[in-house]
Design a protein around this ligand. Structure first.
Ligand SMILES: Nc1nc2c(ncn2[C@@H]2O[C@H](COP(=O)(O)OP(=O)(O)OP(=O)(O)O)[C@@H](O)[C@H]2O)c(=O)[nH]1
Ligand SMILES: [Mg+2]
Length: 206
């Protein structure tokens, strides 16, 4: 199980497959470089918490799920189970889930893993959070590698059950390039959610 969670009332969690750029995004959101990022999937194995005591607020960078180099299937399943438990146990305090996906590969991965019996991890996580009553923002990262931007984002909206065009869902679908510090669309969505939660004291963070 994951331990060492600071006791804070309001939390934003970053979830997503390994290597999509969660820790890169965590660095930007917190302004701290201490979060390790890496070229190979599976860098983050325990939640990284960053908290602000006066606001009783924290952002949590969760380990990735799915493929990780050097990690066998059983261990990957265990990590995913731990992520699911973490979210269930703390759902009352989680204001928002940021599902981070790789804009370049997400559609291929979703389509490859969709069968009559299985739902791909990303889609499953999107619905899982919503079923727990946690609003979700999808941060579509690595847009620097995507050429057909609108087409790709329309496909993603469709796969998540949100009727295209994606531009109707700009409070949910936020294209970003974390590596270049370009996360304006996400910050805008985070501000909207903070305001909707009557937490204007958090606006200064985004
Ligand atoms: N091209 C591109 N690469 C990016 C972007 N954001 C992150 N990366 C790269 O993607 C790789 C993975 O980034 P991480 O932030 O470590 O990803 P993570 O989701 O935390 O990965 P795990 O901890 O393994 O789950 C690194 O090589 C990053 O530099 C982006 O916007 N564009
Ligand atoms: Mg990481």
């Amino acid at each position: 199980m994951f331990q060492n969670r600071p006791d804070r009332d309001t939390e934003i969690v970053l979830v997503g497959r390994s290597n999509v750029g969660k820790s890169t995004l965590m660095r930007l959101l917190t302004g701290h470089k201490k979060f390790n990022t890496g070229k190979k999937p599976g860098v983050t194995r325990q939640p990284n918490h960053f908290d602000w005591a006066p606001e009783s607020f924290m952002i949590t960078d969760l380990p990735g799920f799915g493929f990780m180099s050097g990690v066998d299937e059983d261990h990957r399943e265990e990590i995913k189970t731990n992520i699911v438990h973490y979210i269930e146990e703390n759902a009352d305090n989680i204001m928002l889930g940021v599902l981070v996906v790789d804009g370049k590969s997400v559609i291929d991965i979703i389509d490859r893993h969709t069968t009559d019996e299985t739902i791909p991890h990303d889609v499953e996580m999107f619905y899982f959070l919503r079923e727990l009553g946690i609003p979700v923002v999808v941060a579509v990262n690595k847009m620097d590698k995507v050429d057909d931007k609108d087409e790709r984002l329309n496909d993603l909206a469709d796969r998540l059950g949100l009727a295209p065009p994606w531009k109707q869902w700009q409070d949910v679908i936020c294209p970003i390039t974390a590596k270049r510090g370009n996360i304006d669309t996400l910050n805008e969505a985070l501000r909207e959610h903070a305001h909707a939660n009557k937490r204007d004291d958090l606006l200064k963070f985004f």
